[in-house]
Design a protein around this ligand. Structure first.
Ligand code: URA
Length: 200
C-alpha cells in the first residue's frame, strides 16, 4: 500500500472530529473512506449504514459485499487498489432509534461535501464512479434521475464521471437475479475500457 500524503492524513484527522452537522450527535464513527490514497478509480456512495458506522469502514454491509464482488470478481482489481467513500461521512438514519438508514439531506450534503471535494482534489483520480442519486446529483449539479444519467460519460472538473445504480438499489430490485446487474456491468465495463484506452 502506498503511503498517504501529509495533506491526506491531515484531512482524515480533521474529519475525525467533525461536528459540522447533526449526524455528529448520533454517529459512532466518521467513515472517511478506504483504499489506495493514490487510486486511479474512486467510488462515491451515499452515506455509511449501520455496519459502516460501527466498523468505521465504507461499504462493508450487504451493499458493500456486492460492490466488493463487482470490483474484485468483475473488474479483477483488489478492493484495496481503488478508493471508496461517500458523499457524507456519518450515518444518516430516519430517527433516533437508528434502525433505518436514509439518504443524506440537503444540510448534511452542504456541510460534508467540502470534505469530498478535498478528497477528490488530493486523490485526483483518473475516473470517478458515482453510486446512486445523491453523489451523482451533487457532482454533476443536476436534478435528472440516475436512470437517465447512468451509462454515459459526464465530467467533474475535467475528471470523467460514470454514474451507475447504487448496489442497495440492485439488491432491492432482485439482487443477484436483478436485470439491473447487467446495466451496472455495462457501466463498469465503460470504466475499464476508458482505463485501458486512455486516449479515447
Ligand atoms: N451505502 C452507501 O452509500 N455507503 C456505504 O458506505 C454503505 C452503504
Amino acid at each position: 500500500m502506498t503511503e498517504p500524503t501529509a495533506q491526506w492524513k491531515s484531512l482524515q484527522e480533521e474529519l475525525s472530529s467533525c461536528v459540522k452537522c447533526k449526524l455528529a450527535i448520533t454517529r459512532n464513527t466518521v467513515v472517511f473512506g478506504e483504499g489506495n490514497p493514490h487510486a486511479k478509480i474512486m467510488f462515491i456512495g451515499e452515506g455509511p449504514g449501520n455496519q459502516e458506522d460501527l466498523e468505521g469502514r465504507p461499504f462493508v454491509g450487504r451493499a458493500g459485499q456486492l460492490l466488493t464482488r463487482i470490483i474484485e470478481n468483475g473488474m479483477k482489481i483488489p478492493r484495496s487498489d481503488v478508493f471508496i467513500t461517500n458523499i457524507v461521512k456519518c450515518r444518516p438514519s430516519v430517527d433516533m432509534a437508528m434502525k433505518k438508514d436514509r439518504p443524506p439531506d440537503k444540510d448534511e450534503v452542504v456541510a460534508c461535501s467540502p470534505y469530498l471535494l478535498r478528497q477528490i482534489e488530493i486523490l485526483s483520480p483518473r475516473v470517478i464512479v458515482t453510486l446512486g442519486s445523491p453523489s451523482t446529483k451533487f457532482l454533476l449539479q443536476t436534478n435528472l434521475g440516475i436512470t437517465q444519467l447512468r451509462g454515459k460519460w459526464h465530467s467533474f472538473r475535467g475528471i470523467p464521471v460514470m454514474p451507475t445504480y447504487h448496489p442497495s438499489y440492485v439488491l432491492r430490485n432482485g439482487g443477484d437475479s436483478s436485470p439491473l446487474k447487467k446495466d451496472v456491468w455495462h457501466d463498469i465495463k465503460m470504466v475499464l475500457d476508458l482505463l485501458a484506452n486512455p486516449a479515447e
